[in-house]
Design a protein around this ligand. Structure first.
Ligand SMILES: CCCCCCCC(=O)SCCNC(=O)CCNC(=O)[C@H](O)C(C)(C)COP(=O)(O)OP(=O)(O)OC[C@H]1O[C@@H](n2cnc3c(N)ncnc32)[C@H](O)[C@@H]1OP(=O)(O)O
Length: 220
């Protein structure tokens, strides 16, 4: 049985009070800077990472960012670049509007979050978004394809620093959005202990070992 499967069977769900006290101490802490500190490690591509140009595919069918099982989702398509970089495309649909005819800012942030999160796959690290800061530079009309690029800029302890941009009018077009993020490395127990039982069981019941592992962002 794979380690992440054993973790599910022997899981120990945090009590509500444990979750509450963790939130209080985290809220009291100064916010993490978006810039890698001096001495941060240069992010390294894992030897088994997908080759540059290779599409990454959806990591989970029901993911709002990349899954085909979400009709109103972004269905973003990402591919590996050189080093720890990723590029992606997302076309803004009617369901993604905020103001009439324009993409909702939260949807654009989701596109950046998904693209930046894909970098972790190239390093073979399981991580979740800790902090994500978006600049909205230009409005993005419905029907526009957003061309996204992301790169990991540093690692320190469990923190992974990364930055990304979304351009309109082509891969070299104007920057419409940009973001910096800090992802935090976690164990697979993060999903098992905090996720809803229904979806975890369904994902684990998938007969495809690679899909099962990728749903939890664990490299098989
Ligand atoms: C292909 C895949 C694409 C996926 C794209 C989508 C990704 C997502 O949207 S993930 C979902 C959104 N994110 C979440 O739900 C995360 C919710 N937050 C949590 O679960 C926890 O706060 C978690 C796991 C991030 C950190 O908790 P915990 O493990 O207790 O961390 P903790 O030990 O306190 O801190 C570890 C380090 O991280 C830093 N850190 C912790 N939380 C944060 C945060 N929110 N922001 C920045 N830094 C943080 C701490 O400062 C500490 O740094 P240092 O080592 O320098 O002291």
């Amino acid at each position: 049985m794979a380690a992440w499967c054993q973790a599910w069977h022997g899981r120990d769900r945090p009590s509500d009070s444990a979750v509450r006290s963790a939130h209080v101490s985290a809220a009291e802490r100064p916010r993490t800077s978006m810039t890698p500190p001096p001495g941060a490690a240069i992010p390294a591509r894992h030897p088994d990472a997908p080759a540059p140009g290779e599409t990454l595919g959806a990591h989970y069918e029901q993911c709002f960012g990349c899954g085909a099982g979400q009709p109103y989702g972004l269905q973003l398509e990402a591919r590996a670049g050189e080093g720890v970089t990723v590029s992606a495309e997302f076309t803004v649909k009617e369901a993604h509007q905020g103001a009439p005819g324009l993409a909702h800012g939260g949807v654009l942030t989701t596109a950046l979050d998904e693209t930046l999160g894909s970098l972790n796959w190239l390093m073979h690290v399981i991580a979740v978004t800790g902090r994500l800061e978006t600049d909205f530079v230009r409005p993005v009309p419905v029907g526009t394809t957003l061309h996204l690029d992301a790169r990991a800029t540093g690692r320190e302890g469990r923190k992974i620093y990364c930055s990304g941009t979304g351009r309109i009018g082509g891969p070299d077009g104007e920057v419409a959005v940009r973001a910096d993020a800090v992802f935090i490395e976690v164990k697979v127990e993060h999903f098992i202990n905090n996720g809803r039982e229904e979806e975890i069981k369904a994902a684990m019941a998938d007969p495809d070992q690679v899909r099962r592992a990728r749903a939890f962002e664990v490299n098989p």
